[in-house]
Write a protein that binds this ligand. Structure first.
Ligand code: BTN
Length: 273
């Protein structure tokens, strides 16, 4: 593999750091570091955050060899087709509020992708971008905490853009889709990234200005989770119940069959029929 630190002056037919930067409105994406192949954009962005890169720096890769998903899963990351990127954020937040970053990024991605593609994309709590009941993208937030504050939060975003189903392993084929598979059209990754970063910039400002209710109410309009019966696999148990609402910190409130309610911080959620 090339040394990822020296290979960012790159251009792909539909992916260019210069063209992304030219369309950026705020601090997020003012610095774009584009690589051909990395282990994981989240890992590289963490290293760069440790070295002190400014807030809003975005690491983008054409391909990942060890792309990571939530709950220790891997993220299929072939070259030439999808978006893999990680934003370095330095929010003034307590670690307990980190879920709001997932809420913020999922609202930003979904709003931008709906506008760009006309697809009826929804958010499955906590971090899935879903269309036709299949996964179109996901968000992986990784934080570094010091003295009870978030020092930096790496916001990793994977979006299946022009991928065909034949590159997917059989188990993933059943549950994943791409913008191309849904629309029959090929999209420019540069355009998708610009739209997503600008929208995330706007929602990040909403979060920084503590306009949480605006963010949560937009999330509620975009989610396919609330009002549904769900199953959630936690570390030591599996819950079933009605997904009723989310808390001000972005945690899911589930009404159990007993009538009691339970606040869930994280887990693997499945929508039941
Ligand atoms: C999930 O749904 O499980 C989260 C998937 C997040 C994938 C992205 S791709 C860019 C960034 N780098 C990674 O290794 N993971 C995230």
């Amino acid at each position: 593999m090339n040394d990822p630190k020296t290979s960012y002056q790159l251009k792909f037919p539909d992916l260019s750091a210069e063209d992304i930067k030219a369309g950026i409105n705020g601090i997020i994406g003012r610095e774009i570091l584009l690589y051909e192949t990395v282990d994981s954009t989240n890992t590289l962005a963490s290293e760069l955050a440790e070295e002190g890169v400014t807030e809003g720096t975005v690491v983008v890769a054409d391909r990942q060899v060890s792309g990571r998903g939530r709950l220790g899963r891997s993220w299929v990351s072939p070259s030439g087709v999808n978006v893999y990127m990680s934003i370095v954020l330095r929010p003034d937040m307590k670690p307990k509020d980190a879920t709001l970053l997932t809420i913020m990024a999922s609202v930003g991605c979904t709003t931008a992708l709906r506008r760009a593609t006309d697809l009826d994309i929804t958010i499955k709590w906590p971090n899935d971008l879903v269309v036709s009941e299949k996964k179109l993208g996901g968000i992986l937030i990784e934080t570094r905490v010091a003295s009870e504050r978030i020092e930096y939060a790496i916001t990793g975003i994977g979006i299946n853009v022009n991928m065909d189903s034949d590159v997917l392993p059989d188990v993933v084929k059943e549950v994943a889709t791409s913008i191309k598979m849904e629309t029959g059209r090929v999209f420019s990754r540069t355009e998708i990234i610009k739209e997503v970063l600008n929208e995330i910039n706007d929602w990040y400002n909403v979060l920084k200005e503590k306009r949480h209710s605006e963010l949560l109410s937009c999330w509620k309009q975009l989610t396919s989770t609330l009002g549904r019966n769900v199953e959630i696999v936690l570390d030591n148990e599996t819950l079933q119940g009605l997904a009723e609402s989310i808390t001000d910190e972005g945690m899911l409130i589930v009404r159990l069959p007993s009538g009691a309610s339970r606040v869930v911080h994280y887990g693997d959620l499945r929508l039941l029929r």
